[in-house]
Design a binder for this molecule. Sequence first.
Ligand SMILES: Cc1ncc(COP(=O)(O)OP(=O)(O)O)c(N)n1
Ligand SMILES: Cc1ncsc1CCOP(=O)(O)O
Ligand SMILES: [Mg+2]
Length: 202
Amino acid sequence: MPARGLYLITPEDGDTLRLVQRVRALLQFAALLQYRDKLADPGSRLERAQALQALCAEFHVPLIINDDVELAAAVTAAGVHLGEDDGAIATARVRLGSDAIIGASCYDSIELARTAAAQGADYIAFGALFPSSTKPHARKATPQLFAAAAPLGVPRVAIGGITPDNVRMAVAAGADLVAVISGVFDATDPVSAARACAAAFD
Ligand SMILES: Cc1ncc(COP(=O)(O)OP(=O)(O)O)c(N)n1
Ligand SMILES: Cc1ncsc1CCOP(=O)(O)O
Ligand SMILES: [Mg+2]
């Protein structure tokens, strides 16, 4: 599990080859990659997860699959990210094994973070820290949550509306990793945006 850095999350892209090309250009700046896809059919999701797993192996970047423990197992991904409706940490642990990276959404709640850490989550995520065009109705997290969660001893991820312009606020609040979709992929220059987000940890 990487300690600090950019946690890149894939945008919705209906073309597998194009998605892989877009990610390939940025992966050198990423500590972690998450495949997040709310739209594709199961066959396309498997194809994309396999392609991203091969790419991540090439770059030595762990691949996390959003929502779907079985897809993570099918492509031998490094782990899975679970939200409140995505199943239990314990179940994912049994399925994926002790080395798997299991991340948990904690939204705006230190109590959820305590529970997730006690259940063996490898990281906890708070967000949305800033307004997110990807998920406009996401619950809002406060910067104070990151300091409050420090004693849990689990890496803390910030997500939601993070861009090169505000990423240093997330890091200053205590985020160990910043999870970003639109702030990188929708930037005029995605490579510069990814580099800037990674550089916030230097
Ligand atoms: C790193 C990270 N943090 C939070 C989320 C959000 O997960 P969830 O609440 O399950 O929402 P969806 O992403 O599934 O819409 C995440 N995916 N990654
Ligand atoms: C999945 C998720 N959960 C809270 S905000 C968000 C979307 C993050 O995307 P962006 O970086 O484009 O705001
Ligand atoms: Mg989810």
